[in-house]
Design a binder for this molecule. Structure first.
Ligand code: CP
Length: 318
């Protein structure tokens, strides 16, 4: 594996999940792999978990992390080829990516969707430019359309907490939020869950108008009745996203979609998951996130091991 841009870049999701669970038992076992290797973490957007867990993963592998808040501290980048750069942008991504490749053995990038221009977001302008011009592997720390490190952590968490059942009911539920949010987490969770087609029944529930990209959700059951979707569920994964059809719009602010204890009652003692950060009592009621059913903190811990198993694969391939 050279780049990790989507969950589908993994040779096998199941084998990688098992490898991550093994790594977790002895996190420093491969500490020699990253000796004298550097990872550059470039943040065009804010982060808590991704920023710290990816550095922790790199340190566990013996790598040296360098972090840059590129959006706030870097030169404003030009992405178009052939542009006359006489306006505000100071540096072309071609030079930036080539230069950073000389300092770093892996480049990790966080660059969210702008949610104004669907075609531009779907072209993955920032990530694709670094893939094109950098000469080292690229790690996606959440791009316009995907968050594959999060999805891998989610798969690890489900594997660790699954009940003994032949087929698990895994529900992705939209929840309200005051701001327009990107689709990346929902997309990658759906892709990961649907890749477990033999093991998971995947149900996605949201108000009408909030359908995700149908390419990402092919094979999932879409259920507009949230409580019906929750019946007998083993995992409730909650996330807000803005409308995909009316791109970036907030079409519904119905607070009744918040995850509450009475909704969790109809599940089969489902575990509650969220990638965090989460707005309490808007997305999820305190009574749910504070309950025994909530595994959000353990889920966040697995961000280290999802990053570590991916970086291990990259280092083995350098
Ligand atoms: N879940 C997640 O990616 O968290 P951060 O945005 O804090 O990195």
């Amino acid at each position: 594996m050279k780049h990790y841009l989507s969950i589908h870049d993994l040779p096998s999701i199941k084998a990688t999940v098992n490898e991550a669970i093994e790594l977790k038992k002895d996190p420093l076992r491969f500490n020699h792999l990253g000796k004298h290797k550097t990872i550059g973490l470039l943040f065009f957007n804010n982060s808590l978990r991704t920023r710290l867990s990816t550095q922790k993963a790199a340190l566990n592998l013996g790598m040296e992390p360098i972090v840059m808040n590129f959006g706030a501290e870097g030169w404003q980048l030009e992405f178009e080829d052939g542009t006359i750069m006489d306006q505000g942008k100071s540096e072309h991504v071609k030079e930036a990516a080539e230069v950073i490749s000389q300092y770093c053995d892996v480049i990790a990038i966080r660059a969210f969707a702008g949610l104004e221009d669907k075609a531009k977001d779907e072209s993955e302008e920032v990530l694709s430019a670094f893939v094109k011009y950098a000469t080292v592997p690229i790690l996606n720390m959440e791009s316009s359309v995907g968050h594959p490190l999060q999805a891998l952590a989610d798969a690890i968490t489900i594997e660790e907490h699954k009940p003994a059942k032949k087929k698990l009911k895994v529900v992705l539920s939209w929840a309200p939020h005051p701001k327009a949010l990107p689709h990346a987490v929902g997309n990658s969770f759906a892709e990961m869950a649907l890749a477990h087609e033999d093991d998971f029944e995947v149900v996605i529930t949201h108000p009408k108008g909030y359908e995700l990209d149908p390419e990402k959700t092919k094979g999932a059951r879409i259920e507009y009745d949230q409580k019906k979707a929750f019946e007998g569920a083993d995992f409730i994964y909650t996330k807000n996203w803005s409308s995909y059809k009316n791109y970036g719009q907030v079409a519904c602010e119905d607070r009744s979609w918040m995850i509450t204890a009475d909704k969790m009652e109809v599940t089969d003692q489902a575990k509650f998951m969220h990638c965090l950060p989460v707005r309490r009592n808007v997305v999820v009621a305190d009574e749910v996130i504070n309950s025994e059913q909530s595994i959000v903190i353990k889920q966040a811990n697995n961000r280290t091991f999802s990053a570590q198993v991916v970086l291990k694969k990259m280092l083995e391939n350098l």
